[in-house]
Design a protein around this ligand. Structure first.
Ligand code: GLP
Length: 252
C-alpha cells in the first residue's frame, strides 16, 4: 500500500522484508541510471534485510556497485575499526565485503581521529566535494534520532561530535557485551548534512517505532524530534511494515 503525502511517500508492507526488497530495488535503479551514485548508508538492525537483498542481487549480477561512492551516517567515538561493534566493521560484515564495491570509494567517520573537530570538518567537506548524496538511507532511533543526532534544543548543522543520550546507549547496548562497553560519544552527519541529500529513504520497522514515527511525520517540526526535519525535505520515501505505521493509518 502506498500513502502519498506529497513530499513524503510511505510504502507499507505486511512483511518488512518485502519493504526492504523495494528499498534494494530503489538503490538498484539509482545505480543503473547513474553508476557512480553517491549513496549514504545507515547502520542499526533495521536496514540489515535490505543489505541482504542487495548482496543477493549482486550475487545474481543484477546490480553493479563498482563505481558507487558511499558515505556512512555516523560512527561511535572512540572505537577502532577492528572492534566488531564499530560501524566500520558493521558495514563490511553486513554489506561491503559481499558486494563488488571499490573500497577506495567508501567513507565512514574515523572513530579514532586524533582531532575530532577536524575529522568532522573534513568529512563534511568531502561530502560537499563528492556529493551531493543522491540517496541517503536512514533508520530512526526510539527517541526520533537520525544518524546520531539526538533530541536537542536546536537542529545540528554539519557533521559533528555528539554525546549519546542514555536512552540511545541503553537501546544500543543489545549489540555489546555490557552497557559499559557502549561508547558515550559519536561522530555523525548533521541534520543539515542529511537534509542536503537529493533523496532520502527512511526504513522503519515494528510497533515500538509507531509513536515516534507518527510524531516525526505529523507532530511539530522540532529538534526535540530530530526526524521531524524530514517534513521539510522534498523527496522522502519511507519503507515500513504495518506495525510501524499503525498510528498513522488511523489518521486516514
Ligand atoms: C543507531 C544508529 C542509527 C539507527 C538507530 C536505530 O543509533 N546510529 O543510525 O537508525 O540506531 O537502530 P535500529 O535500526 O537498530 O532500531
Amino acid at each position: 500500500m502506498l500513502l502519498n503525502l506529497g513530499n513524503i511517500k510511505i510504502h507499507i508492507e505486511k512483511d518488512f522484508s518485502t519493504a526492504c526488497e523495494l528499498g534494494a530495488n530503489i538503490i538498484k535503479e539509482k545505480l543503473s541510471k547513474k553508476p557512480n551514485s553517491v549513496i549514504g548508508f545507515a547502520t542499526g538492525g533495521t536496514p540489515i534485510p535490505m543489505y541482504k537483498h542487495l548482496i543477493e542481487m549482486c550475487n545474481h549480477q543484477e546490480i553493479n556497485f563498482s563505481e558507487m561512492v558511499t558515505f556512512n551516517l555516523d560512527e561511535y567515538f572512540p572505537i577502532s575499526k577492528e572492534n566488531d561493534q564499530s560501524y566500520y566493521y558493521f558495514m563490511r560484515e553486513n554489506l561491503f565485503n559481499h558486494i563488488n564495491v571499490n573500497f577506495d570509494n567508501l567513507h565512514i567517520p574515523n572513530g579514532l581521529a586524533s582531532d575530532v573537530e577536524k575529522e568532522c570538518a573534513d568529512y563534511e567537506n568531502l561530502i560537499k566535494t563528492l556529493g551531493p548524496i543522491d540517496l541517503q538511507i536512514l533508520g530512526m532511533g526510539l527517541n526520533g534520532h537520525i544518524g546520531f543526532n539526538e533530541p536537542d534544543n536546536k537542529f545540528t548543522q554539519g557533521t559533528n561530535y555528539v554525546a549519546l543520550q542514555e536512552s540511545t546507549i541503553t537501546a544500543n547496548a543489545r549489540f555489546f557485551n555490557s552497557i559499559d562497553d557502549v561508547p558515550k560519544k559519536a561522530l555523525t552527519m548533521g541534520i543539515k548534512t542529511i537534509m542536503m541529500s537529493t533523496e532520502i529513504l527512511l526504513l522503519v520497522n515494528g510497533e515500538k517505532k509507531a509513536d515516534i514515527l507518527e510524531q516525526a511525520l505529523f507532530g511539530e517540526i522540532s529538534p526535540h524530534v530530530p526526524a521531524s526535519a524530514l517534513q521539510l525535505h522534498q523527496n522522502v520515501t519511507i519503507l515500513a511494515d504495518e506495525s510501524a505505521v499503525a498510528n498513522i493509518l488511523k489518521r486516514f
